[in-house]
Design a protein. Sequence first.
Length: 469
Amino acid sequence: MNSSRLIMPMVIGGIVSSLLGPGLGLAGSQQVPAVNGQDLQSQVKGTATKVIPAVVSIASTVMVRDQAFSDEALPFGLFKEPPSRRQYGQGSGVIVSPDGYIITNNHVVADAVDVEVILADRRQYKGKVVATDPKTDVAVVKIHASNLPIATWGDSSHLAVGDFVLAIGNPLGLSRTVTFGIVSAVGRADVGVADFEDFIQTDAPINPGNSGGALVNIQGELIGINTAIASPTGGSVGVGFAIPSNMARAAMQSLIKTGRVVRGFLGASTQDVSPPLGKILRLPDVKGAIVTDVQAKGSAERAGLKRGDVVVRFDGRDVMDSGQLRNLVAQSPIGSKHRLDLIREGKGYQAELVIQEAPRERTKKSQAASTASTVHPLAGVVFDDVTPPLARQMDLPVSSGVVVTDIEEGSLAEASGLQPGDVVLELNRQQIHSFSILQRLADPLKPTDLALLLVNRQGNIMYIPIQGE
């Protein structure tokens, strides 16, 4: 990373791993009339007053293992975890439905064991992370409340360089902070914050703690979610980035509906047009997305795309590069039809693209399945003795026993439904009062043996059987 250009997700604290309900109407953007200074000031004041109540402060807590301690390795992949401590982070969020759905950044709430939401009127609520999408850095948090003030969605595709914008959030812990500026650029990619990037760049000052806050136009419509800054110092230098509202809203709706983001998929590899390639391919402009490979039975093949085709427009909208084409396809509904304008061997063509769903990425779960019958039934589970301080930290219903603090993705235990925070009461009908007892009972188990756990999950007692195939 260039030392003069530090990209920072804007969350206070150390929880960054790297900073709308159905039926809500989409407000259309309006042309801003020419105004004198006094009219502009009145409009900015009115917009701030309108939006501030819908912007919240989000305090997140994660459990961090003390690196000064080393893991105590035990048979079959079991570990007794060294002491953990709480680490705090602070960001912002925007209420977008009266019943308590809040949009924020993934990096604000990633891995959080506790989320507290503070409204502009100082009311406090326990927040639940509904779902997150690291690929767009979007997350959804829900609070149990009603008749809440909301921000109205705007259409980010109408934004242009020079448009007035306000950034509203809680930078450096200073709640209800409003800053004013313009849209400095649109369509910024390669920022290095998320996989899918189409950022709005603004000079409205944003700082740590602004992550997840609102970027609104002069009418008070939500047109972006503040996410990161580029800075050599870590503070605002007038180069901030926000996720466009159209991308954020689509991700949020999918997260609420399915728990994940369902994306469209081109079924082809593409690359940007460079000046030499533009000359070779006889292109009128150095823009577009060059098709470099077409997957069998994919959307691109069905649409008739070939290697060497250059996609220059998507539904009449100019395609500047491969990243923009990827974003346009990803945000399109599955099964929807779109017109592609192509240049093939110097001549113009048109094709109809029917969007297919992107294949799900292979996870550790599929890899673990192949070896499920050869591992200990409790492999990949991290346990720790429950002490009164740990019980308070993890909000456990008991203050003694053994608690699950972590589970490897794809392990037998995860597939069987065991969760971090579960307090183990019994293993194969034998009572568990300490980690040493659990270890003594777990040691003799073979890969094909049953591990029948009785657990206390936030006051609910349940059996969880774990057994290899």
